[in-house]
Design a protein around this ligand. Structure first.
Ligand code: GDP
Length: 298
């Protein structure tokens, strides 16, 4: 991801190299190239506009620096603006002060929720927590089984409805999982919910009902970075329909152009908190805006 954007941005900066002072024309030309680079990376137009305007304004007003030449100053400005649109500071999980912390996952089918649930569980386990995975995705016939397989890989127990005993209500499963967590002293409950292929009123209503039943400490919206501009539309629909505290980007190992990562935090006002980059249970980490910006400008 970001390979093309990285290349295009470094080309844009190349033209500034060796210049002692930046003229208005230099700044305009560079701004134009940054604009094209971002648009080609699928960044949403309003985000691109704001970004370029901010870079231009700051480049014009930049004080003469002893330490950095003009080209380096522009790179520094772009870096800081990238960090800003990626959500600023790293946003860490908030844990409940007492009782189990409840983390609910929401997103479209295929976004990578079930895979992510296990990755997050393993990551939490490595932080010394005792997570419980909850199979509240009863829409897809195989989802419960898939979570059980992934849970096993992560070495984390899965709370699921017993097959055939009539527990087909995901809201009830989620509610019962909290009781189980309190009884057995799990300190973090990760609730996997059902998605559909597209934004759907029933899906939103079910996710909202689960939310109301378990009152999550964190709701994470899981989105496939490969879906490009659609990610932003879906993100807004989930914000309106369910609400969430943070975003998880999945499939960053693919050849996505990065637009989703760069647009979502800025347009929804919700930070990207985690990134998932592979099918293995360990391909997962916190999302650090500053590190991502540095990677783009590397
Ligand atoms: P869900 O419907 O939201 O629960 O999505 P799944 O967890 O079932 O994931 C859908 C597909 O995407 C599966 O084939 C996963 O193996 C795959 N997948 C999930 N996360 C990643 C990722 O970060 N990278 C890649 N390459 N594949 C992923």
């Amino acid at each position: 991801m970001f390979a093309t954007l990285s290349d295009r941005l470094s080309d844009a900066f190349k033209n500034l190299r060796g210049k002692g002072r930046l003229s208005e024309a230099d700044i305009d030309a560079t701004a134009r190239e940054i604009r094209i680079a971002l648009l080609e990376a699928d960044v949403a137009l309003p985000v691109v506009k704001d970004f370029v305007a901010a870079v231009k304004e700051r480049a014009r007003g930049e004080e003469v620096s002893q330490a950095l030449n003009p080209a380096q100053q522009v790179v520094k400005i772009v870096n800081e603006e990238l960090v800003e649109i990626l959500g600023g500071e790293t946003r860490r999980l908030r844990y409940a002060k007492s009782g189990p912390t409840v983390i609910m996952l929401a997103g479209l089918q295929g976004a990578g929720k079930t895979t992510l649930a296990a990755k997050l569980a393993l990551w939490l386990k490595e932080q010394g927590r005792t997570p419980l995975l909850v199979a509240a995705d009863l829409q897809r016939p195989n989802a419960v089984n898939q979570l059980q397989v992934n849970g096993e890989r992560a070495g984390v127990p899965v709370f699921a409805p017993e097959p055939g005993n009539g527990v087909g209500d995901p809201v009830e499963v989620a509610r019962q999982s909290l009781e189980e967590a309190k009884r057995k002293l799990y300190d973090t409950v990760i609730v996997d919910t059902a998605g559909r292929l597209g934004v759907d009123a029933d899906m939103m209503a079910q996710a909202a009902a689960i939310r109301d039943a378990v009152r999550p400490d964190e709701i994470l919206f899981v989105v496939d970075a490969m879906i490009g501009q659609d990610a932003v539309v879906t993100a807004q629909a989930f914000l309106d329909g369910v609400g969430y505290d943070g975003v998880v980007l999945t499939k960053l190992d693919g050849d996505a152009r990065g637009g989703a990562a760069l647009s979502i935090a800025s347009l929804t006002g919700k930070p990207v908190m985690f990134a998932s980059a592979g099918e293995k249970v360990t391909d997962f980490d916190m999302f650090h805006p500053d590190r991502m910006a540095s990677r783009i400008l590397d």
